[in-house]
Design a protein around this ligand. Structure first.
Ligand SMILES: [Fe+2]
Length: 503
């Protein structure tokens, strides 16, 4: 029964083009009129290797009252141990080492071979149904959404040079090898240039007519547009700020997500922050006691996306790339004054060497400012607790998601505009931080999840766009240029710039 939940086709009679009935045959006649007609047709599926057997079941009656017409019987993947979904992430600001993480059905150590004949053996980890959270009502993760993740392999490639291309492949002679892939290390912290992409709330969508339990319709166009950017060589690194796959307890959907982001995440550093849909669950230690992770309570996220954090379930870290210091927090873990995370973020942002990395970007999943009310409304307690630190330590820009649209503020503190950007000679909104008053905030949760409308314009809100896309950033020692790119039209729909007044 479990497999039906994982590969559900759409209800054919609702969608006449779904199954093309092109070979018709009349079977039974009553005088000259045919009483029974049959036909045959084909349906194609894009199937991801999920390691366990799958079965195709053809049914009528819809999901509520399915009536099975025929079934294929269990089908095996030819190589359930195939090494798949390799993705790279930074381990530190020197950019001389990079972590590669991949998935396989085999727990035997494998290798990554990279550069000029270097090789490293992987360490493996996994998680079990017992690691999932549940409550009085069983969570999907623990119950009908569980799927064995196989083994997650990881190896840190060392001895690299920053801003340099390397090729690699991973696997072993017994399980097979990945294709040869080329990736590029990001620029070292303190070097003079960084090109990055940032967004939140991307998720996934099927590549065929299948239904998944949770579909983010914009994800495919955003991934395609960003893949084109990566292929053009214009991207050093990517930041995905929470609400990653929306597997939310239907664990096989992590494999679907990892497959989709592979053209991006296998080539440049893919850094993440945790969101409510990865972490939150009742009585599990998350700030918000909602069931949004479907019982995953951060375990799957942490296993698939090992970030340079201090230990398990403390998913906050900082990383420097080029002239930017990124402080990445978890809005889902205690951020109250005197909490461990609060102390860490104060220590981190107060100790940034601004002569080395003049730009300080603070990223976390939930927003402090949004003109969208309702379900994703702002938690004033979070804003009150953390916002003073951002002003005190001169954070230039706050990036967040959670709300599914794009919005940019003035230099804002306590809901007041302390400064407005001015137009530069090209007509671009420019925030002059040589005379710093407060950070600007950008909501960038428009990367896949169904878009949100804006409730009402607020005085601190300068730009509001409800379209799928991503933020493109280009930082130098003098300024950061940022653009909101619409992934469908590829048009830049908002541009702004932060300077320290040198220009
Ligand atoms: Fe969210």
């Amino acid at each position: 029964m479990f497999e039906y939940l994982k590969l559900q086709a759409q209800y054919v009679s609702n969608d006449p083009n779904y199954l093309e009935c092109n070979k018709q045959e009349r079977k039974k006649y009553n005088n000259t009129a045919s009483e029974v007609a049959t036909c045959s047709g084909t349906v194609s599926f894009h199937v991801i290797n999920i390691r366990t057997d799958i079965e195709f079941v053809f049914f009528a009656g819809g999901f509520e009252t399915p009536c099975i017409l025929t079934r294929s019987g269990p089908m095996k993947f030819s190589n359930p141990n195939e090494p798949l979904h390799g993705h790279v992430s930074s381990t530190d600001s020197a950019a001389t080492s990079m972590r590669l993480t991949w998935v396989s059905g085999s727990k035997e150590p494998q290798e990554v071979r990279y550069g000029d004949g270097r090789a490293l053996t992987s360490t493996t980890t996994t998680f079990s149904r017992d690691d999932m959270c549940t409550s009085i009502l069983p969570s999907p993760a623990k119950d009908f959404g569980w799927h064995d993740p196989g083994f997650i392999h990881s190896a840190v490639m060392t001895g690299l040079r920053p801003s340099t291309a390397y090729s690699y492949r991973y696997g072993s002679d017994s399980v097979g090898w990945s294709d040869k892939i080329q990736f590029r290390t990001p620029p070292a912290g303190g070097s003079d240039e960084l090109k990055f992409l940032a967004f939140g709330d991307m998720g996934k969508a099927p590549l065929d007519a299948s239904a998944e339990h949770y579909i983010q319709p914009g994800s495919l166009s955003v991934i395609k547009a960003m893949t084109d950017e990566v292929e053009s060589g214009n991207v050093d690194s990517i930041f995905h700020i929470g609400d990653i796959s929306y597997a939310t307890g239907f664990l096989v959907e992590w494999d679907f997500f990892l497959h989709l982001i592979s053209p991006l995440a296998s080539r440049v550093s893919y850094m993440t922050a945790i969101g409510n849909h990865e972490r939150d669950y009742i009585n599990s230690g998350s700030v918000y006691g909602t069931p949004d992770s479907g019982g995953e309570c951060g375990v799957a996220y942490e296993t698939y996306f090992p970030m340079p954090t201090s230990t398990k379930d403390k998913p906050w870290y900082s990383i420097e790339q080029g002239p930017v210091h990124f402080t990445v927090i978890s809005t889902e873990h205690d951020w109250a004054e005197n909490s461990e995370q609060y102390k860490w973020m104060e220590r981190d942002i107060s100790s940034v060497d601004r002569s080395k990395t003049p730009w300080l970007v603070f990223a976390g999943h939930r927003q402090m400012y949004s003109s969208t009310d309702g379900l994703f409304g702002t938690d004033d307690k979070f804003t009150k607790a953390v916002e003073p630190l951002l002003v005190q330590y001169k954070v230039d820009m706050v990036l967040c998601g959670h709300v599914h649209n794009y919005e940019r503020t003035c230099s804002v503190y306590d809901s007041n505009c302390l400064a407005m950007p001015s137009k530069d000679r090209n007509g671009i909104d420019t925030y002059d931080h040589s005379n710093f008053s407060a950070p600007l905030h950008a909501v960038i949760g428009m990367a896949g999840f169904s878009l949100d409308n804006f409730s009402q314009p607020r005085r601190w809100s300068l730009v509001r766009i409800s379209e799928f896309g991503y933020l493109r950033g280009h930082a130098t020692m003098e300024d950061i240029n940022l653009e909101f790119v619409n992934s469908n039209t590829r048009q830049v729909q908002d541009s702004f710039r932060i300077t320290k007044g040198q220009k």
